[in-house]
Design a protein around this ligand. Structure first.
Ligand SMILES: C[S@@+](CC[C@H](N)C(=O)[O-])C[C@H]1O[C@@H](n2cnc3c(N)ncnc32)[C@H](O)[C@@H]1O
Length: 302
């Protein structure tokens, strides 16, 4: 149901992102007006059923990040934060039998689903900050929509770990939420929670190009491409789209609330952002469009 990802996400578009293009040079590109409590990070209760049913656009859009990775037959690839494994499987198809792919995810539930769906693929439960397989190195490390779940304070650890996992000249190709990602939704949710007396903070790490490129360079990468771009994203579920999105991704925002108050907050958030994000005339019962912004990069181990 997502817009054609190729509209905004083609490798050709990405490749055109020169350092000058990607520099945050307009107010719109600047850091969002959302507090970033990334030092504490977030814990999400991942539900593979809801993830695949309600947020299939994540891996659908991620197909263009696989295109950017451009995996070749025979390559060894690591997929960090592989979730339910759809992109891991797509990469496996590309590298063929002479290559290998391992999908790694912190969530045992997501890995269990990935293994059940793709019997022939290798998946492991592990934290991206610590994954250290013995005597194994990769030609490329890939990641889609996972890195922003890791606190900003831990991003250097991830970059350093990835560097160690790559062969010299190996590439780190990834997309994550970038500065300003879903800011309308986040700001409204934080405002509603604070109005109710909760000490709410943004649980995600959505960096600027400059912030993340500095992390990668400090870890020993040459950043060949880094690009921040708007990607308005239609949510699945019609009139229920925003509620379902919050249900799949927002556990840490609602950790202190019982089910009744969570439902009240979700209703209130919908009311706050309806004019901006909901089109009542689209689809059969209306469509929510979230203000996604993505940061994608290609970095090569020096
Ligand atoms: C939005 S899903 C994306 C899954 C998949 N890459 C895709 O495109 O469908 C984010 C995934 O990142 C994983 N994740 C979050 N923090 C992680 C960490 N520190 N180490 C490994 N995986 C992590 C989550 O468990 C979740 O499965």
């Amino acid at each position: 149901m997502a817009d054609d990802p190729s509209d905004a996400d083609t490798p050709a578009d990405a490749a055109s992102g020169t350092p000058d293009d990607s520099a945050p040079d307009t107010p719109e590109d600047a850091a969002p007006d959302t507090p970033d409590d990334s030092a504490t990070g977030t814990a999400n209760d991942w539900d593979p059923d809801a993830y695949d049913r309600d947020t299939g656009f994540v891996h659908e859009y991620g197909g263009s990040v696989v295109d950017l990775l451009d995996p070749s037959p025979g390559e060894r690839v690591l997929d960090l934060g592989c979730g339910t494994g759809h992109l891991t499987a797509a990469i496996a198809d590309a590298v063929g039998e002479s290559g290998s792919v391992v999908g790694v995810d912190q969530s045992a539930e997501m890995v269990e689903r990935a293994r059940a769906t793709y019997h022939d693929q290798r998946f492991e439960v592990a934290d991206a900050r610590e994954y250290a397989p013995a005597d194994e190195r990769f030609d490329a490390v890939f990641s889609n929509a996972a890195l922003h779940w890791i606190p900003g304070a831990d991003q250097p650890s991830v970059a350093e770990r990835v560097r160690e996992l790559l062969v010299p000249g190996g590439r780190f190709v990834a997309e994550m939420g970038g500065a300003g990602n879903v800011a309308t939704v986040v700001d409204a949710t934080l405002a509603e929670l604070r109005a109710r007396g909760y000490d709410a903070t943004n649980p995600w790490h959505f960096p600027t190009v400059g912030e993340h490129a500095a992390v990668l360079e400090s870890a020993g990468f040459e950043v060949r491409l880094a690009r921040l771009f708007d990607r308005p994203t239609e949510l699945e579920g019609g009139a229920e789209g925003l509620a379902r999105w919050l249900d799949v991704f927002g556990d840490s925002l609602f950790a202190d609330l019982d089910d009744g108050e969570k439902a009240d907050v979700v209703d209130a958030v919908e009311a706050r952002v309806r004019d901006e994000l909901f089109d009542p005339d689209a689809g059969e019962e209306g469509v929510w469009t979230a203000d996604y912004r993505r940061l994608r990069f290609v970095a090569v181990r020096e």
